[in-house]
Ligand binder design. Structure first.
Ligand code: SF4
Length: 459
């Protein structure tokens, strides 16, 4: 089992990896299928149906817009907000797509994307079906996709029979769980980051890996910076105001006046995370870490390390990201990083475990201490539900990332005070998360049918 650091951390757009980036990718994939179809040149119209959580929270997560943008040829990694908006406006007027290599296709974003509020499709809570019709209206191509979290998309067939290609590669360190990871670290004498790096350079040159990691951090940090400079109301109708910029100004003023309280460290972590998640909520550029809803935790803890920790070294940015990705891969492989599948324990809980592991590693933690840090962080998110108000990735998501970052730092710090030996192995905690997610009522799995989402204040 191997999940590249560049799959765990993907440059994309807000507000949701599973509800925005995934459906956009699926729509682009479907157009490619149509291009390869023997009768693709006879296609005259396309449409989409959203199921399960994509239907219930699709409006708040802009899933319909994402599908339309995917059909217009946009991908999350190359998204240009202004150009895309202009094309979307034109599409609303013309109701016609003009994809390369295909005839013009009728598509009205207001009518041809159906929200199906019935039971979800069998393969995953986030299902969507894309279809193409010929000029007589007969369906000529149909494909079912599942957006399984973190921007990953699989077809129904792939969901039933996952491709074995990744497992067939002889990875130098093919750890599929934490106990194997620790055994390999003991036997090789390498850190988790070094083992992960060795796996990565099986796919890319060492220079490409280091360049790619530097780019990821540059986009993460750019997102923090933008979030710290923006004010005003977030879109979606909840009238949630951005807070990161004002809190940051307060923290800077307190620091200049030399009257920062020790607990302001928690506020610094929160403000970095909130800056990212406010950008995400506004549809801005973010890095999935491992999802968009949880995109603030990993960057916030890394920025905290670089700007606030004694002896911090920029050279360790790559090790932080590789270690965090190693833990994220284990969780995705053995449980889930999808809020629609596991609740928020799978999103912010996973992100906190990843950040705790990375932070522990760059502070000199042994592989055992790193595993301990990840376990502590995940354990104290178990049972956390997903119940976003109005289906928007704002309340509780923005603050929740700040608290997740604080828990990550606390978990790493606690782990560093021990020798790595501890009662509950990370593998068991991941399995507990999987079981808890499976047993969790669907009301609390990104449907906005329970919890905070149905206890909104009267305005
Ligand atoms: S509550 Fe958690 S899982 Fe749900 S949308 Fe917000 S961040 Fe994602």
């Amino acid at each position: 089992m191997f999940l590249s650091v560049f799959d765990v951390f993907k440059i994309g757009i807000g507000p949701s990896s599973s509800h925005t980036m995934g459906p956009m990718t699926a729509a682009g994939h479907f157009l490619n299928l149509l291009r390869q179809h023997p009768s693709g040149r006879q296609a005259a119209a396309v449409g989409a149906t959203l199921h399960g959580s994509l239907a219930f929270t699709g409006k708040g997560h802009a899933t319909d817009r994402a599908v339309a943008l995917g059909l217009l040829g946009w991908t999350p990694a190359e998204f240009d907000f202004d150009a895309a908006e202009r094309q979307l406006e034109e599409l609303r007027r013309s109701r016609l797509l003009r994809p390369n290599g295909l005839p013009p296709l009728r598509f009205d974003p207001a009518l041809d994307i159906v929200f199906d509020y019935g039971p979800p499709l069998p393969g995953h809570a986030n299902g969507l079906v894309l279809s193409a019709r010929d000029s007589t209206g007969a369906v000529m191509l149909n494909e079912t996709y599942y957006s399984i979290g973190g921007g990953f998309v699989v077809t129904a067939r792939e969901r039933e029979t996952p491709p074995a290609a990744a497992d067939a590669v002889p990875w130098p360190y093919p750890f599929a769980n934490a106990s194997a990871m620790l055994r390999m670290a003991r036997e090789s004498g390498l850190s988790i980051a070094d083992m992960k790096r060795a796996n990565e350079i099986h796919l890319r040159t060492p220079e490409d890996v280091e360049r790619g990691l530097a780019r990821l951090w540059s986009v993460m940090n750019g997102c923090i910076e933008r979030g710290l400079s923006q004010e005003g109301e977030l879109p979606g109708g909840l009238h949630v105001r951005r807070r990161a910029a004002r809190i940051h100004q307060q923290l800077m003023a307190e620091r200049r006046a030399n009257r920062s309280q020790p607990h302001a460290a928690a506020d610094w972590l929160s403000v970095y995370a909130m800056a990212v998640n406010e950008e995400n909520a506004a549809g801005g550029r973010v890095v999935t870490s491992p999802t968009n809803g949880a995109a603030g935790v990993v960057p916030a803890v890394l920025r905290y390390y670089l700007d606030h920790c004694i002896g911090a070294e920029p050279d360790k940015i790559a090790d932080y990201l590789l270690t965090a990705a190693g833990i994220g891969g284990l969780i995705k492989h053995n449980a889930s990083i999808s809020g629609a599948e596991a609740g928020c324990q799978g999103e912010v809980g996973s992100a906190a475990a990843m950040a705790a592991a990375g932070f522990c590693a760059v502070l000199g933690g042994s592989p055992e201490q790193v595993e301990n840090a990840a376990e502590i962080a995940l354990e104290h998110h178990l049972g956390m539900t997903c119940d976003p108000a109005a289906g928007l990735v704002q309340v509780p998501c923005i603050e929740r990332n700040g608290i997740g970052a604080i828990k990550a730092v606390a978990a790493a710090s606690l782990a560093l005070r021990g020798d790595g030996s501890h009662f509950m192995p990370l593998d068991n905690c991941i399995e507990a998360m999987r079981q808890t997610g499976e047993a969790m009522n669907a009301k609390f799995k990104e449907t906005s049918l329970g919890g905070l989402a149905v206890n909104l204040p009267e305005c």
